[in-house]
Design a protein around this ligand. Structure first.
Ligand code: 3PG
Length: 218
């Protein structure tokens, strides 16, 4: 079983993807993979999210496609059933935390406060998403959390863009960053896959990433 740390180490940037049309899923994933970004988070914010994940899995096998915006156990189970390689939540409930901790499934749990981190660690999570990162204090917040929580690796997400990402990636407790700037709605809606590929090229060059291949079960 691939661990969430391996998935985070595979890419400096995890695009946060919102899709309105299943037809966009495969060309978008191909553009991101062509630009060097293989780890993708498709959010459950639209009705076509899980069909999009299935389409990407079938037609873009190089992509490591996870499901984001998991807020309930039912969302989690639906994401697993759709074949997600990993899951992402913006936060946690007792029910979701308890359920996910029992599964052998890579999961990026959303945290914001020291109490969130203590709950996450107690349940066995040591790599988490900091959300919303910029709004919570950004770089200074991550530096402060590194004191009491030196073993936690973060994927900060929220308010990060191509300009600010390099500064986040310099922090020793940042494994990768998440953001929607690689696949914004205007480029997806206009089918400008080349512009998205170019954004992926720039993002994938932000930091040398692990050479360990990440394998996910089919
Ligand atoms: C998320 O869902 O993780 C965030 O909404 C992404 O934030 P951004 O749009 O500010 O990158």
């Amino acid at each position: 079983m691939t661990q969430i740390r391996e998935i985070l180490a595979a890419s400096p940037v995890m695009p946060v993807i919102v899709l309105d049309r299943v037809a966009d899923a495969v060309p978008l994933a191909r553009a991101l993979v062509a630009g060097g970004i293989r780890v993708l988070e498709v959010t459950m914010r639209t009705p076509v999210a899980l069909d999009s994940v299935r389409a990407i899995r079938q037609q873009v096998p190089e992509a490591i496609v996870g499901v984001g915006t998991i807020v309930t156990v039912a969302d989690f189970n639906a994401a697993v059933a759709a074949g997600a390689a990993f899951g992402v939540s913006p936060g946690s409930t007792d029910e979701l935390l308890t359920h996910v901790a029992k599964q052998n499934f890579p999961f990026l749990l959303g945290c914001l406060t020291p109490s969130d981190l203590m709950r996450a660690m107690q349940a066995g999570f040591h790599a988490v998403k900091l959300f919303p990162a910029k709004q919570a204090g950004g770089i200074e917040m991550l530096k402060a959390l590194g004191g009491p929580f030196p073993s936690i690796q973060f994927c900060p997400t929220g308010g990060i863009d191509a300009t600010s990402a390099p500064d986040y990636l310099k922090l020793p407790n940042v494994a990768c960053v998440g953001g929607s700037w690689l696949a914004p709605a205007n480029l997806v809606n206009s089918g400008d896959w080349e512009a998205i590929r170019l954004r992926a090229v720039a993002a994938s060059a932000l930091r040398a990433v692990t050479t360990t291949p990440v394998t996910t079960s089919p």
